[in-house]
Design a protein around this ligand. Structure first.
Ligand code: FE2
Length: 216
């Protein structure tokens, strides 16, 4: 991985301070899942040697990626069983709703592009636009792997956390379909122990110093 050429360029670099001020008000103290996703996604970017200026953009996107679900009825969000086709269509609107919310806030516009694309699949079978390959912003391609990793290695109401080895194998299996194979290669090149340590040290998601040892 080299530069983040297709990650949305920051309109106003150096706004990390604004994010740091915002986070204490938004970040639920106990929400380890969300925190884990952000940290894993940032760790990914660092490992992929993407310029530091993109880290806060991805962090904002990771933190806010499902904000559009606020507009989805609880009857769908909390439905215990599988969604029917109509309900799936409604659920899928969360990407565009999130995008429209975030583009109204100038310092979140770059993150909004990643939020809009966070459910796209590399092979074009995702939503909402069916983007394919590098049409998908790099930040969204990175986040989707971090999100899947976190989902698999976290306890869920219906199952215990899966082992990291299983998660890594599943991500490898989905290279080229759900995930960008080049980013999967980057992911696979990072030792399993790094992810486990990262996840165990989630005290402060923006202590980027914790992530420096991921740099090759
Ligand atoms: Fe989502």
């Amino acid at each position: 991985m080299t530069a983040a050429a297709d990650l949305v360029p920051p309109r106003r670099p150096g706004r990390q301070t604004a994010l740091r001020q915002l986070l204490p008000h938004l970040w639920p103290a106990g929400d380890l899942d969300l925190r884990a996703r952000v940290v894993l996604a940032i760790g990914f970017l660092v490992a992929a040697k993407v310029a530091n200026v993109y880290l806060p953009i991805l962090a904002r996107a990771a933190f806010l990626h499902d904000i559009g679900k606020m507009a989805i009825p609880d009857s769908i969000l909390r439905k215990p069983g599988p969604l029917d086709d109509d309900e799936k269509q409604i659920m899928r609107t969360h990407c565009e709703i999130g995008y429209h919310v975030l583009t109204r806030i100038p310092f979140l516009r770059d993150a909004a592009e990643i939020v809009l694309a966070h459910q796209e699949f590399f092979d074009g079978s995702g939503y909402p636009r069916g983007l394919r390959g590098e049409q998908i912003p790099l930040g969204a391609r990175i986040f989707s792997i971090a999100d899947a990793l976190d989902a698999m290695i976290s306890d869920r109401p219906y199952r215990k956390a899966l082992p990291m080895s299983h998660a890594r194998e599943e991500i490898r299996r989905c290279a080229g379909t759900q995930f960008d194979p080049k980013i999967v290669d980057v992911f696979q090149s990072i030792p399993e122990q790094h992810w486990l340590e990262l996840r165990e040290n989630l005290g402060s998601p923006f202590r980027l110093a914790q992530l420096k040892n991921l740099r090759a």
